[in-house]
Design a protein. Structure first.
Length: 361
């Protein structure tokens, strides 16, 4: 089994929050040094809002100005929605639902919100589907290897005894969830759930659902690179999205996409790692050994109906690597795009469904 120690969501510094992410044409690039035709504001209408949730930068574009709702009210509502997501998933905030469950020292049912129960059920389903390659109980490994940004960063390989001790606390099979009434329980009191692998996608979806509750059905939400789109853009065509080239310096477009009524998530290994003894250690781990995997996959992007699901599968494929990841995506009809390192640079591959999303170069 292989587990990816994904980006510590909702608590990473801004540079790390931007690693291996998708970029929204007309959003992120309009605030950077690159320019695209989509940034020409004279050709676009609609409402654009942005803000920060913790250290996560978010953007929202609404195609049509909502009737009876001011931009200030819309901004306040979106800000609250993102803050509410933090209160569900932020492991570093002792008042959040997931943090309170992590600190719970019993193995009976622990009451949670319906939203968190649904999210945990999704992650457990993917854990089972992947045979444990995807696992949200990897928190002890994240902390041990120094990839939890609220802990002191380390640049040394942990001792085997430390790794073994952390591995004993990992295992999705030790977690159960129910819906009526919504609750979760663990069979081992020191089990810790880390939902970093889905938190940004979930936040994008929650913001989209908030907009839809107001009668807004044409929009794009982007937070820390994860994207949810519905309807058409202000230009009257599908939303234009760019996938970032997996290089450590600068931000370069790898591929452009047309996206409509879909969520998009990208995971990568090229901005969160350390080097020790000339060897690079990224945040992708084999849970049998507790050490980083050795495949060459640098980045993977996934398109699904919901950003949450795309986020989870992007995590899974980064754990599997380019060959096993491609095979899994094809077998389960998941739209995915893979970029991996070679001696000469990079190679790419994509599923048939993803091919249809590419813009013309």
């Amino acid at each position: 089994m292989i587990v990816l120690l994904v980006h510590p969501v909702l608590k990473q510094n801004l540079l790390n929050r931007l690693r291996g992410k998708t970029l929204a044409f007309g959003l992120v690039f309009c605030f950077g040094v690159l320019f695209l035709a989509a940034c020409d504001k004279s050709s676009q209408a609609g409402v654009r809002l942005e803000g920060m949730q913790g250290t996560a930068l978010w953007h929202v574009t609404v195609t049509h100005s909502p009737v009876g709702i001011s931009e200030a009210e819309l901004l306040a509502g979106l800000s609250k929605t993102f803050a509410d997501t933090n209160q569900l998933l932020a492991t570093w905030d002792d008042t959040s639902e997931i943090a309170r469950f992590n600190h719970y020292q019993r193995t009976d049912w622990f009451s949670i919100s319906p939203e968190l129960a649904k999210l945990l059920d999704l992650t457990l389903n993917i854990s089972r589907q992947s045979g444990g390659v995807y696992d949200v109980t990897v928190g002890p490994l994240i902390k041990l290897w120094g990839f939890s940004s609220h802990d002191v960063e380390r640049d040394a390989v942990p001792a085997k005894a430390e790794i073994d001790q952390a591995l004993a606390k990992v295992g999705y099979q030790k977690l159960q969830v129910r819906f009526d009434p919504p609750a979760v329980r663990k069979s081992q009191v020191d089990l810790r759930v880390e939902l970093a692998s889905v938190a940004d996608g979930f936040a994008a979806d929650q913001a989209g659902l908030y907009l839809e509750s107001l009668g807004i059905h044409e929009y794009m939400v982007e937070i820390a690179g994860e994207v949810r789109t519905r309807g058409l853009s202000p230009r009257g065509d599908p939303w234009h999205i760019a996938i970032e080239k997996p290089v450590e310096e600068g931000r370069i477009v790898q591929k452009g996409l047309h996206l409509q009524n879909s969520g998009l998530a990208t995971s990568g290994d090229y901005r969160n790692y350390f080097v020790q003894g000339g060897k690079r250690y990224s945040h992708t781990f084999n849970p049998v050994t507790g050490t980083p995997v050795t495949h060459n996959l640098a980045s993977v992007s996934v398109v699904s109906e919901e950003a949450t699901l795309a986020d989870a599968y992007a995590t899974l494929f980064m754990a599997l690597g380019e060959e096993k990841g491609k095979a899994f995506a094809e077998a389960h009809a998941i739209n995915a795009y893979f970029i991996w390192r070679t001696d000469d640079g990079f190679e790419t591959a994509n599923t048939v469904g993803f091919q249809r999303l590419f813009t013309e170069d």
